[in-house]
Design a binder for this molecule. Structure first.
Ligand SMILES: Cc1ncc(C[n+]2csc(CCOP(=O)(O)OP(=O)(O)O)c2C)c(N)n1
Ligand SMILES: [Mg+2]
Length: 275
């Protein structure tokens, strides 16, 4: 499967760029960046109809990073996809840089400023309604964190999405089980998550969020659904690819020292394949 091999090569490159960016800036949210890497990779390099040389094309698929704190993961994915030079990321999180610690729509390829959790789905609903009204063929994808689901505004947006039968809207939940201060099930329990989204009128799909074959299949499945919005619950590992970060809330926004950085790079570069 040539496609999957390419995605796996990209994944290493994105993970390496995320680690470089976080280490150089002593900033970023490395744990949630690494849990979302494979989702962003498959969206930008397989699923979405986007063209970096024409980023404002009217019929482009839209993507909203509702869990905006992992901006570096989106920036690295966009730069590797060709939206802007990788060099630009050297200014990440620095004074006067447009590559601030959260998505910023002054950057090519970014649709919405995010970072205050809970708003992405509402705006994505608006984009999906606009596509229907304008009779445009684009899909809107929105990535949310599982901790983010504690925001009440998400459930208002979910009601609207099913009320308007937005089958051109695909929500993805990075279900890594952790939020900033610990396990989601301790901080604000979410289960039964599948049943909740189903009760809100969504077509619900569960997937291993690190397996490209499965991810490709569920994004295909989403396109075949009509009459209701789709949510993909992607089971992931926070810190995926770096053993000492995996499943450890400390690495939500932990800063690596030199030894940890070197070890992390060694691990992501040595990874045989993505899952
Ligand atoms: C409205 C709002 N409240 C609080 C925060 C602070 N905050 C940043 S990340 C985070 C935890 C998010 O957890 P999750 O959505 O699970 O993200 P992930 O595990 O994917 O990094 C919190 C509470 C915020 N950014 N916005
Ligand atoms: Mg989480």
């Amino acid at each position: 499967m040539k496609n999957i091999e390419l995605l796996e090569t990209n994944a290493k490159e994105i993970r390496r760029a995320v680690l470089d960016t976080c280490y150089a800036s002593s900033a970023g949210h490395v744990g949630g960046s690494l849990s979302s890497t494979d989702i962003l990779n498959v969206l930008y390099n397989h699923v979405m109809n986007v063209d970096p040389s024409n980023p404002d094309n009217d019929t482009r698929d839209r993507f909203v990073l509702s869990k905006g704190h992992i901006a570096e993961s989106l920036f690295c994915t966009l730069s590797i996809r060709g939206y802007f030079p990788k060099e630009d990321l050297k200014s990440f999180s620095q004074f006067k840089s447009k590559y601030i610690g959260h998505p910023n729509n002054k950057i090519s390829g970014i649709e919405m400023n995010t970072g205050a959790l809970g708003h992405g789905l509402s705006v994505a609903v608006g984009m999906a309604i606009a596509a229907k009204q304008d009779e445009k063929p684009y899909y809107t994808y929105v990535l949310m964190g599982d901790g983010e689901l504690a925001e009440g505004s998400i459930w208002e947006a979910a009601m609207a999405a099913s009320h308007y039968k937005l089958d051109n809207l695909v929500a993805i939940i990075d279900r890594n089980g952790l939020q900033i201060s610990g396990a989601t099930e301790d901080v604000m329990s979410l289960e039964q998550l599948h049943d909740k989204w189903s009760a809100f009128g969504f077509h619900v799909i569960s997937v291993n969020g690190h397996n490209y074959k499965d991810l490709i299949q569920v994004f295909d499945e989403a396109k075949a659904i009509t009459g209701k919005p789709i949510v993909i619950i992607a089971d992931t590992i926070k810190g995926k690819g770096v053993s000492f970060m995996e499943n450890n809330a400390k690495w939500h926004h932990g800063v690596m020292d030199e030894e940890q950085y070197k070890q992390a790079i060694k691990e992501v570069e040595g990874a045989d394949n993505n899952e």
